[in-house]
Design a protein. Structure first.
Length: 512
């Protein structure tokens, strides 16, 4: 059970509530203001899904964390995003899945690669083999609530505008001139990341070639008439729909006339004009709830870490939303980084552990960028790409092709490079049955886990960081696995000495 704190928005202090354990970290800044001693362990810029997830992961290890969010209010748009299998598994690993499921709609896992309508193959390797459609603001709220329940402090209306780092920490400057001190700073501040720009980290890639208008508005025609008109458009582009959202409101997506200034929101007139161009009618759209535009720029940060400052989520990579992967990728970055940064702060991290964050996650982002590039080509209306799309659609009838593409989109095919070993090494382990219920139920505290069918191995001096479940009934093909806090297999075997070497590699020196 964890200590619970909530941030009091009227002050910079935290208010303590429902305390159940003794070792309560003091999250309050010193009364004298910023001096050279870090007042926080980690400051996170940005409370989007990535920042909120990272804050929660850090709090599992009692790290003093402050999240600074530029906006005072939650996002106004109600974009439905898809949580894919791996993200749903992460939610299950932290006891959040039931909460998230209450707010979403389950859909089949297949049909997301370039919107090619093929069902998922039988027997995907997951106990959570579906997609969940959830409004993005709801995901953000749930993750922020989770972080705050665990004791993270979140301050809204506080933009990071500058920082300086030295050997001991980072001094972070806010828009109102306040200066705060922490040991590490993580930029989770989105695609236009201030932190990344101030770090001087390059963001090479391709600029937007196309833009898409997206919004919610009322429509002046009856639903049947709209459906008939949309169905009557031959050669409709893939980036075009009018879908009823409830209460007379429609979700409208239409290609923009060109590539403009995305800092400027589009107008209702822009939507009308583009609807007329594509459909010959503007459908009488009126009374917009929100209007936005997005592009297909594809970029990857050259580095994810410079000294004590790190990048995660859209701050480190951007790509078109095809396949619905960006939020998933960011939340999974946070899941990879959280325990490593916490280990560094708690003092038990092996020397190179923090470097594995970039080594593991940057290639994953590289691959997502590539698959979105491919998907964008497959969505083109040109005859060549249309022919390739027809061919791929045919090839997806082969189970292995379909499976490979779904494993990419859902991120369950990821295998980190941990060196030589069985195929399981570096992969995530599915939520298998164990004698105490489900495996993921044992990972809520974000600790390592030795799952031991031999029932004779031990975690010895690492028991303060790693749990041990001796269970000869566990549904495993190998005698024993060591799981990292992110559920990836760090070792498989049955030899105690070999296990100890791997415990040192991932969890540092054993306690004396
Ligand atoms: C149309 C569309 C559909 C999409 N659909 C999907 C989908 O189905 N599935 C999916 O996985 N992804 C989807 N995405 C992508 C997804 O929305 C993003 O990848 C995700 O929001 C990234 O999360 P983040 O936390 O890294 O960044 P953001 O969500 O951008 O959050 C960054 C936060 O940082 C704050 N901030 C910025 N600057 C500062 C500063 N200087 N100081 C403090 N705070 C700051 C911002 O206010 C914001 O709250 C879609 C995107 C679009 C455009």
């Amino acid at each position: 059970m964890h200590s619970q704190f909530t941030a009091d928005p009227s002050s910079n202090d935290t208010v303590e509530r429902d305390l159940t354990v003794g070792d309560v970290p003091d999250l309050r800044p010193p009364a004298s203001g910023a001096d050279r001693a870090p007042m926080f362990d980690v400051i996170i810029a940005g409370c989007g899904p990535t920042g909120a997830m990272l804050a929660a992961e850090l709090r599992l290890h009692d790290v003093r964390v402050l999240v600074l969010e530029k906006e005072t209010e939650p996002k106004s748009f109600v974009r439905i995003v898809g949580l894919h299998i791996r993200s749903l598994e992460l939610m299950a690993m932290r006891g959040l899945l039931e909460r998230v499921l209450r707010h979403g709609r389950r859909r089949p896992a297949g049909g997301f690669f370039a919107a090619i309508p093929k069902p998922a193959p039988e027997g995907l390797d997951s106990a959570h083999a579906y997609m969940l459609g959830v409004p993005q603001p709801v995901i953000e709220r749930l993750l922020e609530e989770h972080a705050v329940e665990l004791g993270a402090q979140v301050r809204h209306g506080r933009a990071v505008t500058g920082f300086e780092q030295d050997d001991e920490g980072v001094t972070v400057e806010l828009a109102d001139g306040e200066r705060l001190r922490s040991r590490y700073l993580v930029g989770c501040d989105g695609g236009r990341s201030t932190v990344r720009k101030l770090l001087g980290v390059g963001f090479p890639g391709e600029p937007s070639r196309t833009e898409t208008l997206m919004g919610e508005m009322e429509v002046g025609l009856p639903q049947e008439e709209i459906a008939a008109k949309v169905a009557g458009i031959r050669e409709a582009p893939h980036r075009f729909w009018l879908r009823p959202f409830g209460g007379g409101v429609y979700s409208v997506v239409v290609p923009a006339a060109g590539v403009g200034d995305r800092a400027e929101p589009p107008t209702l007139e822009d939507f009308k004009q583009q609807l007329r161009t594509i459909a010959g009618t503007d459908f009488g759209v009126h009374s917009p709830r929100w209007l936005s535009r997005f592009g297909d720029a594809t970029r990857l940060a050259e580095r994810y870490r410079v000294g004590r400052v790190l990048l995660a989520g859209d701050a480190a990579h951007i790509h078109p939303p095809t396949g619905g992967q960006g939020l998933n990728l960011g939340v999974q970055d946070a899941f990879n980084l959280g325990w490593k940064l916490a280990a560094r702060i708690r003092g038990w991290a092996p020397e190179t552990l923090l470097d594995t964050y970039q080594a593991e996650r940057r290639p994953v982002a590289e691959e997502v960028l590539d698959n979105t590039r491919a998907q964008m080509e497959l969505l083109s209306a040109e005859p060549g790409p249309r022919a390739v799309r027809r061919l791929l659609t045919e090839l997806m009838d082969f189970d292995e092709v379909n499976r490979r593409l779904i494993e990419k989109i859902t991120a369950i095919g990821i295998r980190y490079d941990f060196g030589e070993g069985p195929d399981l090494l570096g992969r995530r382990l599915r939520d298998i049955d164990v004698k105490q219920g489900r495996l993921y139920g044992l990972l809520h505290r974000g600790r390592g886990l030795l799952l031991d069918r031999t029932e004779r191995l031990t975690v010895g001096g690492w028991s303060d960081r790693v749990d041990h479940l001796a269970d000869h009934t566990a549904a495993l093909d190998v005698p024993c696995v060591l799981l990292r806090p992110d559920g990836h297999v760090a070792w498989a075997g049955d030899d105690q000495q070999d296990l100890d070497d791997h415990l040192s590699r991932w969890f540092g020196e054993p306690a004396g």
